[in-house]
Design a binder for this molecule. Structure first.
Ligand code: NAI
Ligand code: MG
Length: 500
């Protein structure tokens, strides 16, 4: 397929990057796929092909895993101190910041998100993740264990890197998800084969160039682009991979677990969500309205923790629905590179079909559209209007399943019993996140206690920090990303006992 000329609004470095051959980073070198195949990368704002990228498959995964194994067993990486690893990570963070504008542009054209959002969120959070985790590299310690026979034995634990790690990431925050995965694994001393999402491989490939520039030894980080069913499946099943870390759909998460069973590699999963936003009658309505709107519309609803089920007390329900709908109407939907845009296109035609299919299913099952519901923008591009549905029932698909688009289901509640309200919030197979909106601090913390999810936000939503563990209860996943907790994903604990 023909690749179109880059958008004239892009800066020179981005145009230069786009003009490169996009290959795979294996063993410190950029190489073509063993098959010689490439695949097309689309600009979701236009539907046009922007780049051709080498398409990794099983053979490339094999090559990359061999390189990562060698780098882990024999390379200089193994002998580096935590301080040296940390310094490389900080260098990488500095380089990312130096290329902030270029990364923001790449994210915007590849994923569709507004340039301003990528500039303010995706890229700085990525640099921050490498810095934060770089600090951990010197702080991964074990403990001494008091024994029942203290003078006969001495025992202590050490934390060691788990080994060769396979990492599979999604397309909603392409660069940031690469950082969430790479940074803690590097801090722990692992070597890595990372597979970017086929929809959005470009920023991970650019990151690979900076990883080389920062001076990481060859083979420590290998970066592949390719499809899930081929390259992703081969990585998850590979017998010489010690651990697989995955972010994406719950459906594929279950396939990862099955694929990992062959060699019982360790598994961590960050999967889907159907997160509730719960607004009480005593909430600060002026804050709750933009808060609930941001909870679902940020990143076009393509967030695993999107506040996609909105519950508001009946006394404030109408005002909340009217307010959130008003916020939705104010959102300017358009190409990510247009400075006036607040919401870009969905990432792909497949996601466009999926999201509009859910809206149709909601209507068929009796939901009412308060605002939105239609395709937005002109021809080409995968734009959907921010959408508010009411009249939904707990049994409907739009309430039960992750839509991963700018669609919220709003339901009133008429209850003062926190346990019953929490039961509604918890009525999902997922348990990733929730937000609670009230001025009553006791009520807020009681709800935080009753909600079964890995994150609870009080009077805010979608607030992240590298220091905070993030992950899911129930079918939202296994393990935690970020914070000190993520290091457990990438280390083994060894108990050493000496007879005195
Ligand atoms: P997906 O789960 O298929 O893709 C995520 C990653 O997994 C990609 O890198 C993909 O190549 C890889 N993958 C796909 N099949 C695989 C397999 N059999 N073995 C190994 N790797 C595989 O998600 P998709 O199809 O892009 O989106 C579908 C839905 O998944 C979305 O509508 C959304 O509900 C959910 N999703 C959730 C995300 C989250 O952050 N929790 C991120 C992306 C999608
Ligand atoms: Mg898929």
């Amino acid at each position: 397929m023909d690749t179109i000329a880059p958008d004239s609004r892009l800066s020179k470095p981005t145009k230069t990057f786009l003009s490169h051959q996009h290959q795979l980073l294996i063993d410190g070198k950029w190489v073509a796929a063993a098959s010689g195949k490439t695949f097309s990368v689309y600009n979701p704002a236009t539907g046009a092909v922007m780049a051709q990228v080498a398409e990794a498959d099983k053979e490339d995964v094999d090559r990359a895993v061999r390189a990562a194994r060698r780098a882990f067993d024999e390379g200089p990486w193994r002998k580096m101190t935590g301080s040296q690893r940390g310094r490389l990570m900080w260098k990488l963070a500095d380089l990312i910041e130096q290329h902030l504008e270029e990364f923001a542009e790449i994210e915007s054209i590849d994923n569709g998100k507004p340039l301003a959002v990528a500039r303010a969120a995706d890229v700085p959070l990525t640099a921050d993740m490498f810095r934060y985790m770089g600090g951990w590299a010197t702080k991964i310690t074990g403990s001494t264990i008091p024994w029942s026979a203290p003078n006969e034995f001495l025992s202590y634990t050490v934390r060691e890197p788990v080994g060769v790690v396979g990492q599979i990431i999604p397309w909603n925050f392409p660069l940031l998800m690469a950082a969430w995965k790479l940074a803690p694994a590097l801090a722990a001393g692992c070597t890595i084969v990372l597979k970017a999402a086929e929809q959005t491989p470009l920023s991970a490939l650019r990151l690979g160039e900076l990883i080389q520039e920062a001076g990481f030894p060859g083979g420590v980080v290998n970066i592949l682009a390719g499809y899930g069913e081929t390259a992703g499946a081969a990585l998850a099943a590979h017998d010489d991979v010690d651990k697989v870390a995955f972010t994406g759909s719950t459906e594929v998460g279950k396939l990862i677990v099955k694929a990992a069973a062959g060699n019982l590699k360790k598994v961590s999963l960050e999967l889907g969500g159907k997160s509730p936003t719960v607004i009480f009658g005593d909430a600060d309505i002026e804050a709750a309205i933009p808060g609930a709107a941001g909870a679902i519309f940020f990143n076009h609803g393509q967030c695993c923790c999107a506040g996609s089920r909105l519950y508001a007390h009946k006394n404030v329900f109408d005002r909340i629905v009217e307010g959130v709908s008003g916020e939705a109407k104010k959102i300017k939907v358009g190409p990510g590179l247009d400075p006036a845009t607040n919401m870009g296109p969905l990432v792909s035609e497949e996601q466009f079909e999926r999201v509009t299919g859910y809206i149709e299913s909601g209507i068929e099952e009796g939901a009412k559209i308060v605002t939105g519901g239609k395709k937005a923008g002109g021809d080409g591009g995968y734009f959907v209007e921010p959408t508010v549905l009411t009249g939904t029932k707990p049994s409907m698909k739009v309430v039960r399943e992750e839509i991963f688009g700018p669609v919220v289901c709003a339901e009133p509640f008429d209850d003062a019993d926190l346990e019953r309200i929490a039961k509604k919030a918890n009525d999902t197979i997922y348990g990733l996140a929730a937000s609670v909106w009230t001025k009553d601090i006791s009520k807020a913390h009681k709800m935080a206690n009753l909600i079964r999810s890995g994150t609870v936000w009080i009077n805010c939503h979608n607030v992240f920090d590298a220091s905070l563990p993030f992950g899911g209860y129930k079918q939202s996943g296994w393990g935690r990303e970020m914070g000190g907790e993520v290091l457990a994903n990438y280390s083994e604990i060894k108990a050493v006992t000496a007879k005195l």
